[in-house]
Design a protein. Structure first.
Length: 218
């Protein structure tokens, strides 16, 4: 029963629609009717600008982190698992319900930011590897979706390799969750994947820093 309450609290936190709330408060815009019509951080950045998009992304990251760090520690009674497992489950609940939030008809963001928040407090080294892949894709191609997809794939690979070849010992549940999250993020990005294959995906040219470096040397 205690675990169920913690998961419900994590759900209510994860379902907070930051992009919609911030968009309406600060710009008077419904983010679901602009840009890609997705209620996620990337579309918020594109439509609302970095001044609002960045707080949206940070809020989404915080939801995953707080679910694992704070909600999982609420002393409601005996739990069926050790804390590390409960923290992962609470973070996972926040991610799932960020994507399917009850407040806005179960149509939320794509879960990348909230997943990053959950994982950064539970598996910081694999997250650092995934962030490196994400940053590299932005640097080379300026495509947030491509970076998100490859970073998601990098996570379970990093967890497995670090657990296998270093002294760091990760629970099997973490590997299972990162595999599940990678598949889940691939699913939520299926339209982006189709656009990437067709060469129609949105690009942020300003993020392609290598082009600026080349131009500066000419």
């Amino acid at each position: 029963m205690s675990l169920a309450v913690l998961l419900i609290l994590s759900y209510l936190l994860g379902a907070f629609p930051s992009s919609i709330v911030y968009g309406k408060i600060f710009r008077g815009i419904d983010i679901r009717k602009q840009g890609s019509c997705n209620a996620g951080g990337t579309n918020a950045w594109r439509v609302l600008g970095w001044q609002i998009g960045l707080p949206v992304m940070l809020t989404d990251v915080a939801k995953g982190a707080l679910a694992s760090v704070l909600i999982a520690r609420i002393p409601l009674g005996p739990l069926p698992f050790e804390f590390s497992t409960v923290a992962l489950l609470c973070g996972l609940a926040a991610i799932v319900w960020h994507v399917f939030p009850i407040y806005i008809g179960f149509r939320g963001g794509k879960g990348v930011g909230t997943a990053a928040g959950m994982l950064v407090v539970n598996a910081p080294v694999p997250v650092a590897c995934a962030l490196g892949v994400f940053a590299l894709m932005l640097f080379l191609f300026g495509k947030v979706s491509l970076g998100s997809i490859l970073a998601a794939i990098c996570l379970p690979v990093s967890v497995f390799l670090i657990d296998r070849f270093t002294v760091i010992d990760y629970p099997a549940l973490l590997l299972a969750l990162t595999i599940g999250l990678a598949l889940f993020i691939l699913y939520t990005h299926r339209s982006n994947i189709r656009r990437l294959i067709k060469g129609e995906e949105n690009t942020f040219p300003k993020l392609q820093l290598w082009k600026k470096m080349l131009r500066s040397r000419q």
